[in-house]
Unconditional design. Sequence first.
Lengths: 86, 508
Amino acid sequence: MKPPRDATEVAATLERWAKADAEAGERAAQRRAANLQSKGKQQVRDYEFHKKPNDWIHLDWMRPVRFVYRNLPFGVRMALKKRMAR
Amino acid sequence: MAEFLFATDGRNRAAGALAATAASLRGLGFSRRTWYVSTNEPLPSHVLGRRITLGDDPGAEWVVFVAAGDSVTRDALHFAARAASDADVLYGDTRHDIKREDRLPSYQRRPSFSPERLRAHDYIGELVVARRRTVDAAGGLESLVDTDAHDRNLRLCEHARRVVRVPEIFNVTPSTNFLPDANPGAVARHLARVGIAASVEFDADTPRVRVRRHLARRPLVSVIIPTRGSSAELRGTTAPFVINTVRTLLERSTYQQLELIIVADTPTPSDVRAELARLGGDRLMIVDYDQAFNFAAKNNIGVAHSSGEYVLLLNDDTEIITPDAIETMLALFADSDVGIVGPILYFEDGTIQSAGHIFSPDPTDMYRLKPADTRGSHNYVRVQREASSVIAACLLTSRKVFEEVGGLNTQFPGNWNDIDFALKVQQAGHKVIFTPYASFYHFESKTRVALRIEAEVGKLGYRWGDILDDDPYFNPRLQRYINMWRSDFHTDRSYEEALGPTAPISSK
């Protein structure tokens, strides 16, 4: 069997990696914050996964509404989309 | 308004198909429409109608390649006209306007640019919008119109500074073929042009192209196996998992440049340690771990003790299936931008445990619990491709990349350390590749329920929330958090088609 490496050497390596991880995490957080800012948002609470899908749009009685939406002029559709996606 | 030239291969196509495309061009709502149609004989006048000029237009900024019979949507032109200056090629989603029993159309929702997947099959499809200068650099208009879509898309993407996916419908097609085509000859020529040393194998049944990269050298691979030496029933016999993992790896793998680092919890039985030492001989090291369970920390310690140029993180409840799995994964590192390679994992009964991850937005094992012969939507399971993350139960990475990003984050002791690691690796400019050509068993419990800790969700989201919300290798139209403005009425069905029942990732 191979003998394990020297414990001090391993501890120093792990410490170096922890620092690199923290730096990578900080870069990620900054990128995400900039991304949110570019959309006019800010993080006001901890991140959460989105909840259960909101499926009301697929209800049968919504079909005419969906039809009208799909056939709106392009610019109007995009403007609505952007506004509602906020 | 940007100028568009439309280009169609009209050879051997029915006049009706060309007339349908011409009608869609007339309906695009701007005055100038120039259409380059490659034909064997002159087009009948009734096909063109008014307001379309036949021929080339070298002054056009964009070329829209459209198949005969397909319709172009305004979205395609809208997004091209507003594209960033370095975006040279754009593609979008496709609506198949076919008469199904339920009268609902079907969709092809595409991921962001995925060059490895493009080598496997033409997931980009028939409609692509490219800058004229890119078209010229890729061989010229005539050459690109006359070739098939796979060849054309490979050539265009080679010369594009940036390829952009727009998750909007770019074309409507009457085609009933939902499977991406694959042209092995085009892929072989592409590999020669970009300098990838590989052979090409074609599976006409799927269809898909396997790019089998040549393994130029055989570096040392350190296999890191965290364990507690636990026993469980496997194929009717109760035995320690870790012994099965090590024994099968040493017996079956055709790659034996291996170093085995076993990170063993203090309670690991002495007979298990002794058997591991016997199996591994002087290639095996046992590192004692006497702290609270932390999957990330155990792997980091194992890697810190190892010396291989590459590192295979391997759970102690796994078993190699394909003998050349390590060579297959290792060969992918010939591309300097590859940072992680993950195989397909199966449960003991042969159902899929993980075919890579998607974020929807909670990280999810793709095609979990689906039968082994599942092809997935558009053959997704069958092709080698980029992924946002792969499961750390079996993951190959290079020591250089592992050290560059600081290994696994020990703040995720059980869940999502692999997600965080994969995203760090991509942030550092490397790619994550999923390959179905390397496979392992992962004897994780099929009924295991993920222990979700909200604080961990918060930590993961603090770093990567925007990517979790919009996985680049998924499609926002298929996200689980659908609503009217990010989806369409058919999304729920498409999601099922794409993924089937899925389950959140449990801890390792």
